[in-house]
Design a protein around this ligand. Structure first.
Ligand code: CP
Ligand code: NVA
Length: 313
């Protein structure tokens, strides 16, 4: 039986390391914390005296603010820094930085260009390291996405979720991982040049166990009948040099009214945000009746609280 003890003290770098039961536990806890918060309960004292350090190599609105607010609501002290303000910016190694800050703080959340930086940090810190987005994965986002779908569709099992656009980016990867763990059908629709690499093999065991189905296609006709259409920017942070080429190659994969019509009325529209309106999604879709993007964004707070609580309580 999963409980808070199986998660306590661990890193939250990839959902690949978490079992189906642990993910379901984090989602149930998120839902519970959200409903208690709506009923006016403030859980201020649970993590009093603990400190979260946040190091962000790239900009962030949702992740930075939701983690800060979540930690504050749980009673924690939060320190935010970009690497330039730390000696990291002058060449102190990740390993030495991790060894030192580990003696001060209770958890480290980091947004990095290279996923390997998180692994290196975790190797040298006992304190849990939380992935606040890397080039490979965005596990905090995936948890909020699953919570949103659970609330809207009324179930976690048997969901059919379609990601369209850059099929080899962090959001697509994390969606495949959580989908494989929860037994979903995840369709990735993307030009062949941007199909996800390796993840299919890495997830084979989970797919077998949960009965999940991961389908990779370059055909936009495959959106039909899905429960959710999910897209993300065509040019992720760090990919700016490829911007022009990416805008060309992903153009046929834009989520617009026609694509949503093809998907069907049961399909909700999802986006991790920030959105580049007029590129991967049109205004009428993101602002339209099928869009659940603001619920997704709100759920970043409740899921961040569940993660902090489970790692640190
Ligand atoms: N979705 C997401 O992680 O947004 P930010 O880049 O604003 O944190
Ligand atoms: N794929 C995007 C996600 C932003 C939350 C990026 O990495 O820039």
């Amino acid at each position: 039986m999963t409980n808070i003890r199986s998660i306590r003290g661990r890193d939250y770098i990839t959902l690949m390391d978490y079992t189906t039961d642990e993910i379901k536990y984090l989602l149930s806890l998120s839902r519970d914390l959200k409903s208690r918060y709506y009923q006016g309960e403030r859980h201020r004292n649970i993590l009093t005296g603990k400190t979260l350090l946040m190091i962000f190599e790239k900009p962030s609105t949702r992740t930075r603010v939701s983690l800060d607010v979540a930690a504050t609501q749980l009673g924690m002290h939060v320190i935010y820094s970009n690497p330039q303000e730390l000696q990291l910016g002058r060449g102190e190694s990740i390993a030495d930085t991790a060894r030192v800050i580990d003696r001060f703080v209770d958890a480290i959340a980091a947004r990095v260009y290279k996923h390997e930086s998180l692994v290196e940090m975790a190797r040298h810190a006992v304190a849990p390291v939380i992935n606040a987005l890397s080039d490979k994965e965005h596990p905090l986002q995936a948890l909020a996405d699953a919570l949103t779908l659970w609330e809207i569709k009324g179930r976690l099992e048997g969901l059919r979720v379609t990601f369209i656009g850059d099929g080899d980016n962090n959001i697509a990867h994390s969606l495949m991982i959580i989908g494989a763990k929860l037994g979903w059908e995840v369709r990735i629709i993307s030009p062949k040049t941007h199909w996800p690499t390796k993840f299919n093999e890495l997830l084979a065991e989970d797919v077998r166990r949960t009965g999940a189905n991961i389908v990779i296609s370059d055909n936009t006709e495959d959106v039909r009948g899905t429960d959710a259409i999910y897209t993300d920017v065509w040019v992720s942070m760090g990919m700016e040099s490829e911007a022009e080429e990416r805008r060309k190659i992903f153009r046929p994969y834009q989520v617009n009214t026609e694509l949503m019509r093809k998907a069907g009325p049961q399909a909700v529209f999802m986006h991790c945000l920030p959105a580049h309106r007029g590129e991967e999604v049109t205004d009428d879709v993101i602002d339209g009746p099928q869009s659940v993007v603001w619920d997704q964004a709100e759920n970043r707070l409740h899921t961040a609280k569940a993660v902090l609580l489970s790692l640190l309580a």
